[in-house]
Design a binder for this molecule. Structure first.
Ligand SMILES: CC(C)(COP(=O)(O)OP(=O)(O)OC[C@H]1O[C@@H](n2cnc3c(N)ncnc32)[C@H](O)[C@@H]1OP(=O)(O)O)[C@@H](O)C(=O)NCCC(=O)NCCS
Length: 187
């Protein structure tokens, strides 16, 4: 097993019927409650990615992996209870999952949606982040800072079950150049 491992994929035009079979009982229950079509596809594709990534990274059969699916929480490996921290992100038709042996967080953003990033920066960034953003304003720099902030937040809230109640230490994955996937920032 060589962790941390970051898995990124683009959701294909059709859902694969095999994906639903990979879901654990809590994931199935949550999936059944999601109504919005894109959100439903994101949930299914990102969970299938996570199950496949875990199977390949650990050597366990994909059908035997049980993952939690509580709303507003990071996914957690219930069975087998290995000390692997999981993080998920989806944006548009892209999704990413990160597996690590220390608390981790991943965030992905599809840059193709038009947004007033200057206004968002003023609203969401700290004074320090805003000063950094202003050195080189623009959509890509904005989302590099934004995804880093979201990934840090996820990593920090992902600590408790590993017995760490404070922020860090955690390992953050660097933004990657993604071949084949355009207009994405991952952190
Ligand atoms: C919870 C939050 C991190 C989710 O991020 P998002 O960009 O809306 O959505 P993403 O697709 O990237 O991530 C969603 C996934 O994060 C995971 N997640 C949800 N809450 C989480 C938490 N508290 N900690 C860790 N992971 C969490 C879940 O797996 C979720 O997917 P699922 O519902 O399909 O299982 C975000 O909504 C939030 O509250 N951020 C707070 C920090 C902040 O103020 N950010 C402002 C921008 S800089």
């Amino acid at each position: 097993m060589s962790l941390p491992a970051l898995w990124v994929t683009q959701i294909p035009p059709q859902d694969d019927p095999a994906w639903e079979k990979l879901l654990s009982a809590p994931e199935r229950a949550r999936y059944a409650t999601i109504r919005a079509p894109l959100r439903k596809r994101q949930f299914l594709a990102s969970r299938a990615l996570l199950h496949r990534a875990l199977a390949l990274e650990t050597g366990l059969p994909a059908g035997q992996i049980e993952i939690s699916a509580s709303y507003g929480e990071a996914p957690r490996l219930i069975n087998p209870p290995l000390p692997i921290s999981l993080s998920l992100s989806h944006s548009g038709l892209a999704c990413a999952c990160l597996l690590a042996e220390t608390p981790c967080g991943v965030d992905i953003e599809d840059l193709s949606r038009l947004r007033d990033v200057d206004a968002l920066a003023k609203m969401a960034f700290s004074a320090e982040e805003l000063a950094q953003y202003k050195k080189s304003p623009g959509i890509e720099h904005f989302f590099r800072l934004w995804t880093a902030k979201e990934a840090r937040y996820k990593a920090a809230t992902n600590c408790a079950w590993l017995g760490r109640l404070s922020f860090g230490p955690y390992r953050l994955c660097a933004a990657l150049p993604l071949t084949g996937l355009k207009n994405l920032v991952v952190c």
